[in-house]
Every structure is written in C-alpha cells, then in structure tokens.
Design a protein around this ligand. Sequence first.
Ligand code: CA
Length: 229
Amino acid sequence: MKLLIVEDEQKIGDYLRQGLTEAGFVVDLARNGLDGHHLAMTGDYDLVILDIMLPDINGLKILSSLREAGNRVPVLFLTARDTVEDRVTGLEHGADDYLVKPFAFAELLARVRTLLRRGGGPSLDSRLRVADLELDLLKRRATRAGKPIKLTAKEFALLELLMRRKGEVLPRSLIASQVWDMNFDSDTNVIDVAIRRLRVKVDEGFEPRLIHTVRGMGYMLDAPEGSAP
Ligand code: CA
C-alpha cells in the first residue's frame, strides 16, 4: 500500500515516514504544498496524509483539487489547532478524517488502517485468502491451515501484494516499486532473498505450494483449482 505524506515540518515528516515505512507501507513524502499537490494529482496512492498549514499551497487547496478531479483517495488531514471551524472546513472539503497535532503515532496508524479498510473497493477487504493461507490486514497476522506465521513488516507487505494479485505474474520491477519503493536498477537480489524467506515460512511443510517462480518473468502466488478455501 502506497501512502503520500504532505508535511512541511521536517521532524514530523521524517517521523511519519519512518514509522509508516516500518509498519510496511511504501511512503512518499512531500515537504511543501507544490510538490504535494503535484504528487497527489499524478501519483497512485491508497491514502494521503495532508498537513493543512503549508507555506505555499495549503492542504485544503490540495484536497479541493483532488476532489474536483474526481479523485476519491482517502485523506487524513493534520491540523495544528483543535478548533471546530478547522475540522468542519476540512471535512467539508472532502477529507475523511483528521488528527490534531501533537498526536501519538499509534493513533495515526490506527486511523490510517481504518481509512484504508473503509475507503476502498473490493481489494480492501480486511482479510485475504488463498487456499488455506490467510492474511488478516487489520490484525497484521498471517496463518496457514490455521497455524500462525511470523512475518517481518516487509514480508507482510510482499505477501499482501502477492495475494492481492493472485494468479498474476509480478515482475521484480513491480515488486521492487510496490514493496521496497526502489527502482529495478537497484539491488534486486533483495527481492529474491525475501521471496526465498517468505517461501520457507508460507510453503514449507504445506500442500499445495503457493509461491511460484516464473522463470525470466517474476513471481506469482496461486493455488490450483479446487484447493481448500
Ligand atoms: Ca505545517
């Protein structure tokens, strides 16, 4: 899942980016309104965290542009003052939720997850299932045949991507950009190593095997027809 943060205060921006990255999201950070506006309008994000008070284009303007363009991406706005007026204005402009600064990171993360669940189409169910493999996006837990699988944040993000795109061959370049936020030119060995580790956790000792290597093309998660739900 890819998030955009628009925040001009460097400390808060860095803190949010680090925390959300560690939570398994791919994060773009814009440090001013102009960049934020451009990224929000052109990028493909699952959620936008938008500071209202920005030195150039303010957050409300960015929000209006998004909604006028028919973009329904969930928006969580950050406001420095807890005034009713600010909140109402933000929500009137089409924001989905807000947080008043200062806030605890755990609170932000909870809001983000709620919005992602609420916000989306069919791909945003809180549970993904392929055969007897299940991923609970809300509780951040994976199980196979009812047995818990311990995953790192990156492994979770990788498995989530593979399960969402079940039956599709995913090129390494796509996996790199969606899970690691890096270009294909970077060290793609990272992906092969992560897949190998994930495969041990997900497939070893279970039938059928779900994670497949498609030689020269990439990786795919799939179950044969008729495997147990
Ligand atoms: Ca600000």
